[in-house]
Write a protein that binds this ligand. Structure first.
Ligand code: TXA
Ligand code: MG
Length: 401
């Protein structure tokens, strides 16, 4: 267990509490998990669930995509604490996490449009967020109405995003809390999303009481956000489920699904409020190279030869780059090389972790090799484009900021 006293509020100590996935059995259609008892996992999940259920403070927990920072979606006070801890803009809605479809139906009076049925069948639990109309408000005895989900969770929206994570710790925590859990990624706003408990700790120490540590996240990029309440249905954010999978499993209703522009075009800004903000940004400048073959061509070398002075470089090659062909002078500037991987799954898993890691090495410039947009490539390129300060796309040069 690691802990530190906060410099902001000396009373708040952030604990990292271990949990073992092997202690939890949560069959797909069950409503409650079986958690090994007695066990450290049982104790720690119950500690975190107590905080959520009683609106004490937001807690961080692993999901299969990235670590989340969760609090009761039913309480405005609890949801506000998430925004404060992350320093998140208040108009950016949060995804509501549930442990089972039964829990969703039990707690929120909401109708799931039929278009989602095949996706829920095949892809839940998993890295898919669906957009639903807001549930009916709760009627009070005096005839007044209270929104079923805190409006702090859905600012300015007449919809809400909902997801059933497949990670046993996330699902068990939500089920045991017995509440729908609002949870953004557990990074400080603008930073890359966290895929380990230590990433969360780096951003959140002193701001939250506890982090459940279930090891590194398997997917590594956030969930895919789909909107089936519009026609044609749309992918608002590419993520852990690919567009190919949406088409394959969604059936005829999803075959014409459209994608928002991956670089936050006008539509996407309006429809996915979060996408307009700065995202995934390390401190160093990030330059993404696309369509450069093995990286030995003129364009990339021209760029690298143009770097003057004492520039500390990090390189994140993926499928093709061969650094051997680079000039000795350029190689001397390289402080760290982290290979993202060859498969889409590997690159997804490593991307955020490596952006953080090379940033911590104190480099000035991160050179990343982009990938094609098929399968996992769409989500990878969406995140890389947002992280980038410059993009060099085979003859096209885009300076973002
Ligand atoms: O994988 C994930 O989705 C992770 C884990 C923790 O579950 N969560 C996550 O949350 O990535 P966050 O808050 O970092 O990103 C949520 C995205 C934002 O871009 C937000 O604008 C969008 O989902 N979103 C949430 N509710 C929405 C709604 N009603 N309509 C449109 N977009 C919505
Ligand atoms: Mg996020």
């Amino acid at each position: 267990m690691v802990s530190v006293s906060s410099t902001l509020s000396p009373a708040l100590t952030t604990q990292i509490l271990p949990v073992a996935l092997s202690d939890i059995d949560f069959p797909r259609d069950a409503d409650m998990p079986n958690v090994q008892q007695p066990s450290v996992t049982y104790t720690n999940i119950h500690k975190a669930a107590h905080m959520i259920r009683n609106h004490i403070a937001p807690v961080a927990f692993p999901t299969e995509t990235v670590y989340g920072l969760g609090a009761s979606a039913l309480s405005t006070r609890a949801v506000r604490q998430i925004f404060t801890a992350k320093n998140r803009p208040l108009d950016n809605p949060l995804i509501v996490h549930i442990s089972s479809v039964a829990q969703l139906r039990r707690v929120l009076d909401t109708k799931i449009p039929e278009i989602y049925e095949p996706l829920i069948q095949k892809l839940w639990p998993g890295p898919l967020t669906i957009i639903l109309p807001l549930p009916a408000p709760i009627r009070n005895e005096d005839g007044s109405e209270t929104p079923a989900i805190s409006p702090a969770c859905t600012p300015g929206q007449n919809t809400f995003g909902v997801r059933m994570p497949s990670h046993p710790v996330a699902r068990a925590l939500i089920a045991i809390s017995d509440t729908p859990v609002a949870a953004p990624s557990a990074n400080a706003s603008t930073r890359p999303s966290p895929t380990t408990a230590m990433h969360v700790y780096t951003d959140m120490a002193g701001r939250i009481p506890l982090i459940l540590d279930g090891g590194p996240c398997n997917v590594g990029l956030e969930s895919t956000v789909v909107d089936g309440t519009v026609s044609p249905p749309a992918i608002l954010r590419p993520g852990g489920v690919s567009i190919e999978e949406i088409r394959k499993y969604g059936g005829p209703l999803w075959k014409d699904v459209i994608t928002g522009q991956s670089d936050a075009g006008q539509d996407e800004k309006v429809r996915t409020p979060g996408m307009k903000y700065r995202h995934y940004s390390p401190k160093a400048k990030v330059v993404v190279f696309l369509g450069q073959g093995d990286g030995s061509g003129g364009e990339i070398l021209r760029y690298l030869r143009g770097l003057t002075g004492d520039v500390k470089l990090a390189v994140l090659p993926s499928r093709l780059f061969n650094l051997d062909s680079w000039d000795e002078e350029i190689k001397k500037k390289i402080c760290v090389v982290k290979e993202l991987g060859k498969s889409g799954a590997e690159i997804s898993r490593n991307l955020f972790a490596y952006l953080r890691e090379v940033d911590e090495a104190g480099v000035d410039l991160i050179i990343a090799e982009g990938v094609g947009e098929e399968d996992e490539g769409a989500a990878i390129m969406n995140r890389l484009r947002k992280a980038a300060t410059e993009i060099l796309d085979n003859g096209q040069y885009i300076v973002k900021k």
